[in-house]
Design a protein around this ligand. Structure first.
Ligand code: G3I
Ligand code: 9MR
Length: 534
């Protein structure tokens, strides 16, 4: 009898969509029989046996899978094993929808230079901070510039181009791929009453800032920052002098890619965005190897990167898709390498996403498009295989458990959702929804890693506003970095394996900070689920 050994359940704590694959992980060293009860009727509606258990070394756990996919009616269910052990799970498109809106609303809460009004921010209202109207150029201290707006990067208050760029692109990618989903969607931000989709209003807030970071010669400053990280105070109290630092090749190409994309997304501003993109591209051609390094006195995030082929490939691809000019295609082909999962320092996958989008397909010769698609789907196939072989049914390997592992998971999900859009192969869909389940609770620490969503979700995030306000709940809708065992901070961790080294504490900036670049692929993945999982 299976009741003798207590088990633990790891399940999506927020809600499954009715039609998605639904796997619940159970800790056990033998296959178990289980039953599912509809809590409303009290009726047993499904009986089954788990898969045979497998050991996951990244968590030191042996687990089996209960597949409850056949249940597709919205409701609250109880999954039971033996006489005493059970968990509940929900099927609710509404909850997934609410989660999506919170994940994008998080950007509003991280706006620099804007007071958050109670009408939009509720109990998380706050004063404006960081007007950034008098920012000093660190290399030319007599020069100051205005560089207002934008989003704070993370739990800190600085604004970094490369990370802003991938976040902004990812949100625009969501808009371009799911235009009908976003056309009427609103989540109560100050611009919600205008006639533009809220997503475009939110992205504009950051694009306006990014434009100010371009110098007159076309080069782009790597970041806007204080010299040291601010203490954990509210934005309005973090008043140290801010600087723009050196220009660099990565920031400039990243900017070029984002502005070339924006030229497609905002037709009324096309010429302005495209001119900025071309000027940046030109600067990068003349300065192809300028790696950014923090000067000795600058202690904030470096976002250092010294390999630029991926940024060249990405910027050239965006310029090609926007203009159709063959010269850009030649450049894109020169730099294009193998597809990979995007991240702030690796933008090769973004070039693929754009070249393989509807607009990319229209611009590319058919054979070229097919060849790129084959390479991209081969990469997605490898993620599917990883997931199917994984005891937790999640496409995460040891290499993925880096600082921001949950961001890696969501970027894998974005790649897979895109593969699904191109091919209709359901394996891609199952693999990407399985990754969303992973961040929402189907993981060995049993956390739903998004603030405000799920039974056990982070409360003590490394987010200065959430730490300094007097509100018990953290700002909602933020995905934390997640498990990884680098332990680069001085927290005491109770576990040390890649998939279990996580701590819900302010001290854990290496696992419990939040960032705009981790939330963006979460937003994308949820929009993809709500659109594609019908
Ligand atoms: O490049 C090496 C690679 O060669 C090696 O195999 C791998 C093994 O761990 O490490 C790689 O370097 C990592 C680097 O990111 C690039 O991925 C470092 O270990 C890792 O510590 C580093 O983490 C970055 C962290 O800043 C520290 O610099 C995160 O990616 C990045 O998301 C994070 O970003 C911070 C900003 O600096 C400041 N704002 C908050 C934000 C989130 O915490
Ligand atoms: O608070 C900082 C966080 O936002 C960064 O991501 C992190 C990594 O660069 O650094 C944090 O600041 C810490 C600093 O690096 C070392 N002293 C403790 C700071 C956190 O309180």
């Amino acid at each position: 009898d299976s009741g003798s050994q207590p088990v633990e359940f790891y399940a999506n704590q927020v809600g499954f969509l009715p039609q998605q694959q639904k796997h619940i992980v159970i800790t056990t060293s033998q296959a178990l029989s289980y039953r599912v009860t509809n809590t409303a009727s009290g009726q047993v509606i499904l009986e089954g046996t788990t898969s045979s258990p497998n050991y996951w070394p990244l968590a030191d756990q042996t687990v089996a899978i209960a597949d409850v996919s056949s249940i597709a009616t919205p409701g609250l269910y109880r999954l039971s094993v033996g006489d005493n052990d059970y968990t509940t799970f929900r099927i609710s498109a509404q909850r997934v929808s609410a989660l999506h809106d919170a994940a994008i609303k998080a950007y509003y809460y991280n706006r620099s230079g804007m007071a958050l009004d109670p009408a939009f921010a509720g109990k998380w209202h706050r004063e404006a901070g960081h007007p950034d109207t008098q920012v000093i150029n660190l290399n030319q201290p007599q020069v100051s510039l205005a560089s207002p707006q934008g989003w704070y990067d993370a739990g800190d208050y600085n604004k970094y181009i490369v990370n802003s760029g991938i976040s902004t692109y990812t949100l625009m990618r969501a808009y371009l791929d799911f235009p009908d989903f976003y056309a009427q969607r609103r989540w109560n931000i100050p611009e919600s009453t205008n006639n533009q989709p809220d997503l475009l209003d939110e992205v504009s807030w950051n694009l306006d800032w990014m434009l100010t970071m371009q110098d007159s010669d076309g080069g782009v400053f790597h970041k806007l920052t204080t010299l040291n990280f601010a203490p954990a105070v509210m934005p309005a109290e973090a008043t140290e002098q801010r600087y723009v630092v050196a220009k660099g090749t990565a920031a400039t190409l990243n900017f070029a890619a984002v502005m070339a994309t924006a030229a497609r997304v905002y037709p009324q501003q096309q010429s302005n965005f495209l001119a900025a993109a071309k000027k940046a591209w030109q600067w990068a051609l003349e300065n192809p190897q300028v790696a950014y390094k923090n000067a000795e006195i600058v202690k904030t995030g470096e976002y250092g990167d010294s390999s630029f082929n991926d940024e060249f490939a990405w910027a050239a691809s965006e310029l090609f898709v926007t203009t159709g000019e063959q010269d850009y295609l030649i450049e894109a082909q020169r730099y294009l390498g193998s597809p990979s999962t995007p991240g702030w320092s690796d933008t090769m996958g973004l070039a693929y996403l754009s070249l393989l989008s509807e607009q990319g397909q229209n611009a590319l010769p058919a054979e070229r498009y097919q060849a790129l698609k084959t390479r991209f789907l081969d990469y997605a196939d490898a993620l599917v295989e990883t997931s199917q072989a994984s005891p937790f049914r999640t496409a995460m390997t040891a290499n993925d458990f880096v600082w921001g592992s949950n961001g890696v998971a969501m970027n894998h999900a974005m790649v897979l959702a895109s593969a699904y859009r191109m091919s209709n192969n359901p394996d891609y869909r199952h693999t990407f929804t399985g990754l969303v389940d992973y961040v929402l609770g189907k993981n060995p620490v049993d956390y739903s890693y998004v603030t405000g969503f799920g039974e056990t979700s982070p409360r003590f995030i490394h987010h200065r506003q959430s730490h300094a306000d007097d509100i018990a709940e953290p700002v909602p809708g933020f995905l934390v970095g997640g498990a990884q065992n680098g332990q680069q901070d001085n927290c005491q961790y109770s576990a040390s394996l890649p998939a279990t080294s996580y701590k819900d504490n302010w001290c854990s900036y290496s696992t419990n900070e939040v960032t705009i670049n981790w939330n963006a692929p979460l937003v994308y993945s949820l929009a993809a689920m709500l659109t594609l999982t019908k």
